[in-house]
Write a protein that binds this ligand. Structure first.
Ligand SMILES: Nc1ncnc2c1ncn2[C@@H]1O[C@H](COP(=O)(O)OP(=O)(O)OP(=O)(O)O)[C@@H](O)[C@H]1O
Ligand SMILES: [Mg+2]
Length: 525
């Protein structure tokens, strides 16, 4: 049964065409992927379908009847729920309040007492395999937890049509698996799901079909009932070009470059660093010209390591050295001056001034690095901004736009672009490609690897294992605040990363040690 049909949907914003001819069909009990480059119109389409935006032209049909969705309430009456790319949570409210807030609008108003609202919030979270203290305020939880609450909130509405707009961009593989299990269950119940993601293997894995947008237009479809589930067949639909071969830089070539720099000692060191309840005895060295990865499940302490190095987090014990000298960085400004730049993870909280122009955002780090550099000619600033914009292929390429008018992925490009323009000695990347499309992702890593060749040392935390595998010389696995394993370039594989992230080897050993008869091979005779 067709539950949703959209034909010839068109929508502009102040003269900019976001959608020009979008066509899309969704059936009950299926997952249909929606893919396309940053700015291709996916979120705009999702917002039209959920009644948050009106199309300029085109027809929407729900359950075979034409509809005119005037507000999100109309959509919710049709049992439609959306997980927003830029989350819709109220930071000052608790998790359970946010979740029940989403439900008030549905059906006849039924006042819930707080206790049962809390229980229902817990249930909604449990359905995606998550236990969170539902009385915590949303502003105090991490970006991945916020994402999970956003998903829980949509599920609590008991939808028949569910739109997931990049739900996995900040989740690790473990959280993604739980979400996929929930998606599987919803499908069995006949829920129809639109799944938007830039992680193409996810699309290939859970979708039954997919539609691709380019410049606001449906340019292709795939049906996995008859076509193979292969990422490389999806890429040309998105980019309009054949898939580019991305080659891993030979580890041996990299290590030669690194040994050239080795005489100057490590770029950065941590020795016996602990932070109450977050990190325990973390020691490692970042070699000069090395691209070092931090792996592991979400929230194991990777972010804290980056934050300490960037001067954001204090109160740790142990030693941190930059260029062999004690770190002692008290502020991010000091860190930037010493050439340590952090590309932050939560673009809305740490990375951007949303109501300022792209231009102002791109220049901010330059300005804070050189005191008094306001005296630099404006022309020179504009050059810098233009370079950063081109490097990241920003769409639309207009530096005067306010950042909030850009698509999610293009906002992330601004976050990254402004730091790359600094040419830092040490670059700390906190999940930099969150929500960035496949083409730009490749450009970004090409830029990073150029910086590395010129001697910049990089630490990369990525929630996406593929990025660690494709780019790192070495990966440290963090588990419960400790570094539990180091994987060299030749050992990097999805399986190795997953197994090490769960720290199973260690757990198995511990279990074996605890089991009666441990140590005697094959157990008691
Ligand atoms: N409120 C707005 N004001 C002005 N322009 C907008 C607005 N919302 C979207 N746009 C523009 O519409 C186009 C499509 O944006 P949309 O957010 O739908 O892209 P997307 O496919 O979701 O991209 P991403 O993968 O980066 O999330 C972009 O060029 C964007 O700049
Ligand atoms: Mg989007």
């Amino acid at each position: 049964m067709t539950v949703l049909q959209a034909t010839h949907i068109t929508r502009s914003f102040a003269g900019v065409r976001a959608l020009s001819d979008a066509n899309f069909t969704l059936r009950a009990g299926e997952v249909c992927g929606l893919v396309g480059a940053n700015g291709s119109g996916k979120t705009t389409f999702a917002r039209i379908v959920s009644g948050l935006l009106m199309p300029d032209r085109g027809e929407l049909r729900l359950y075979d009847r034409p509809v005119n969705l005037r507000s999100h309430l109309d959509a919710e009456k049709a049992r439609m729920a959306m997980v927003h790319q830029n989350l819709s949570l109220v930071p000052e409210m608790t998790i359970w309040e946010n979740i029940s807030l989403g439900r008030e609008a549905v059906g006849p108003v039924r006042l819930l007492d707080n206790r049962s609202a809390m229980t229902q919030a817990e249930e909604a979270m449990r359905s995606i395999g998550v236990t969170l203290p539902v009385q915590e305020r949303v502003k105090n939880i991490s970006p991945d937890e916020k994402q999970l609450v956003e998903i829980g909130k949509a599920l609590a509405k008991n939808p028949r049509i569910l739109i997931l707009d990049e739900p996995t961009a900040s989740l690790d593989f473990h959280q993604v698996e739980s979400l996929f299990r929930a998606v599987g269950r919803l499908k069995e119940q006949g829920v129809a799901i639109i799944f938007i993601s830039h992680r193409l293997w996810e699309v290939a894995r859970i979708c039954d079909r997919l539609a691709a947008f380019r410049n606001g237009e449906t340019v292709g479809e795939m049906d996995f009932a008859v076509q193979p589930r292969e990422e490389k067949l999806i890429i040309p639909l998105i980019t309009g070009q054949e898939a580019r071969e991305v080659k891993r830089k030979l580890a041996s070539v990299r290590s030669e470059e690194m040994s050239r720099h080795a005489a100057r000692g490590p770029a950065l060191e941590m020795e016996g660093v602990s932070l109450p309840r977050r990190l325990t005895d973390v020691s490692f060295q970042l070699r000069r010209g090395e691209l070092l990865g931090l792996g592991g499940l979400q929230g194991q302490g990777q972010e804290e390591i980056l934050m300490i190095l960037a001067g954001y987090l204090k109160g740790y014990t142990g030693e941190v050295r930059v260029d062999g000298a004690a770190h002692g960085l008290r502020t991010t400004r000091q860190a930037i001056r010493r050439g340590v730049a952090l590309i932050p993870g939560d673009r809305h909280k740490e990375g951007l001034f949303l109501e300022h122009s792209v231009f102002a955002n791109l220049l901010y780090p330059k300005v804070s690095m050189h005191r008094g550099s306001f005296l630099l000619p404006r022309r020179r600033y504009q050059e810098v901004a233009r370079e950063a914009m081109q490097a990241m292929s920003l769409q639309p390429p207009d530096p005067r736009l306010v950042v909030s008018a850009l698509s999610g992925g293009n906002q992330q490009k601004v976050v990254v672009g402004k730091w790359l323009a600094l040419n830092p000695g040490v670059l700390l990347l906190n999940d930099p490609t969150k929500g960035v499309d496949v083409g730009t992702r490749q450009n970004l890593y090409a830029i990073v690897s150029r910086l590395v060749e010129n001697g910049t040392s990089v630490i990369l935390y990525a929630s996406d294992n593929e990025e660690l595998i494709a780019n790192c010389d070495r990966v440290l696995i963090v588990f419960e605040g400790r570094i539990v394993k180091e994987l060299g370039a030749s050992e990097l594989s999805e399986e190795k990363l997953v197994v090490s992230s769960l720290n199973v080897e260690h757990t198995e050993k511990a279990a074996a040690a605890a089991a009666p008869g441990a140590g005697t091979e094959g157990g008691p005779a």
